[in-house]
Design a protein around this ligand. Structure first.
Ligand code: 5AD
Ligand code: SF4
Length: 435
């Protein structure tokens, strides 16, 4: 019996798919790369932007044929799309061949739900906003790097974001559970771990203990055998000097700060409910650059938020040019049902949004290229993540600063930590030489 999981969206979804795979393997299923061979096909969905949602619906539409052809195949629609208000029922009506529809909180209940769906004549739905995420089986995607969730959900209610509605309020894991998991991964030979959460910096606040994210970073950094620690995503409002110092003092904590700016206009930041100003953000970056000059800073930016004027957008461009991010993930604002921004006046038209993102990407690409060119001639520590799909002699890895490096090697290098000399730079990647 085989399973196939298609994952859309963020790293938390990647991790959730690893848990779904863990459940299925403990039930005796094996993975397959061919969806036609699957006895269970899971689509793990993302609701953060309309585009991601449309991709899922068009895939579901195409799956009707496979479902008809393969009698007994179970089709599962998992994750954030299912959790949106009213969505599960609509999906059930539009795609009646789906067997099971579950939100992300059902992770611990998956085996029972699957059992129920197997015998049920109609689609089973579970969109309960509560659920246990501790002590679940995990089938890791890699043997050298691993995701370690430290919290789940979000309390920030940024006005554009659907996450607090679909993943629920923030719930931190107990520090001792996280540390046990990290220690076990290190013993098993994992070299890199990434601490995951929608807002890792506010870790522990809901536990009401005298222990915060900086303390966790320092404790994880002490785990022997481990070589690299990463974390994402951070919120500039909760990013304290204590955290910056824990990153810098940490031998294993990588010098990479992903700090979503979202907008460079104070008016828009306020409307987004981000809780910081461009001045506060600028000071934070100054502190990081002062304490850790070699570190990389990346960001997320949204253009075309409701009410964003030309002057607001210029404010974003100004910040981008001034801060000179190593990379920026730029998005066009996508209204999400149930969020405050979707109801705001002054929705920006599609053409303006497109013009703005094209200009922003152009400026950022130039900056990323200039920053990457500064690395030509340097030697970088690279953890090799995989082979290139087109050329089996080419490998891909990441520097401590999270930059992608391609290099050639006649030997299999996957999972190895190497020193690579940088010879060429592009906006999103580096090319290196390994001897
Ligand atoms: N529209 C566009 N981008 C969004 N993001 C979150 N919600 C939306 C939305 N409604 C972006 C933010 C966030 C990243 C993960 O996705 O920039 O940091
Ligand atoms: Fe969404 Fe804001 Fe929470 Fe990030 S911090 S998940 S953008 S609400």
């Amino acid at each position: 019996m085989h399973y196939f999981i298609k994952t859309y969206g963020c790293q938390m979804n990647v991790y959730d798919s690893e848990v779904l795979a863990g459940h299925l393997e403990s039930m005796g299923y094996s993975p397959t790369d061919d969806e036609e061979k699957a006895d269970i096909l899971i689509i793990n969905t993302c609701a953060v932007r309309q585009k991601a949602e449309e991709k899922v619906y068009s895939r579901l539409g195409r799956l009707v044929n496979l479902k008809e052809k393969k009698e007994g195949m179970m089709l599962v629609l998992w994750g954030c799309i299912a959790q949106q208000e009213g969505a599960a029922r609509q999906i059930k009506e539009r795609f009646p061949f789906v067997d099971l529809i579950c939100g992300p909180q059902a992770l611990g209940r998956f085996p029972e739900l699957l059992q129920k769906a197997t015998v049920s004549p109609s689609c089973v739905i579970d969109t309960d906003l509560t659920g246990e995420r501790e002590c679940l089986p995990v089938k890791r995607g890699d043997s050298f790097k691993a995701w370690v969730p430290i919290s789940h959900g979000c309390n920030n209610y940024c006005t554009y974001c659907v996450v607090p509605y679909v993943r629920g309020p923030e719930k931190s894991r107990l520090p001792e559970h996280i540390l046990e998991e990290v220690e076990e991964l290190a013993r098993e030979g994992y070299k890199e771990i990434t601490l995951l959460g929608q807002n890792v910096n506010s870790f522990g606040k809901d536990l009401q203990i005298e222990y915060d994210f900086a303390d966790l970073l320092r404790d994880v950094d002490r785990v022997k055998e481990l070589q690299r620690v990463r974390f994402m995503t951070s919120h500039p409002r909760d990013f304290t000097e204590k955290i910056v110092r824990a990153v810098i003092d940490g031998e294993k904590v990588c010098e990479h700060f992903h700090l979503p700016l979202q907008s460079g206009s104070n008016r828009i930041l306020k409307a987004m409910n981000r809780g910081y100003s461009r001045e506060v953000y600028r000071e934070l970056i100054k502190l990081i650059k002062k304490l850790s000059p070699g570190s990389a800073v990346t960001t997320d930016i949204i253009v075309g938020f409701p009410g964003e004027s030309e002057a607001d957008f210029m404010g974003t461009l100004e910040m981008v040019k001034e801060i000179r991010f190593d990379a920026a993930y730029n998005f066009v604002y996508s209204p999400r049902k149930g969020t405050a921004a979707a109801e705001m006046k002054g929705q920006v038209d599609k053409e303006t949004k497109t013009e703005r993102i094209i200009l922003l990407n152009k400026i950022q690409n130039r900056i990323s290229l200039e920053k990457n060119r500064e690395l030509i001639g340097t030697k970088q520590e690279v953890l090799v993540e995989g082979r290139s799909k087109n050329n089996p002699d080419m490998y891909t890895g990441r520097t401590r600063t999270n930059k992608i490096v391609h290099f050639a090697s006649p030997e299999n290098m996957v999972g190895k930590m190497l020193t690579v000399g940088i010879v060429e730079a592009k906006p999103w990647t580096l090319t290196g030489k390994h001897n």
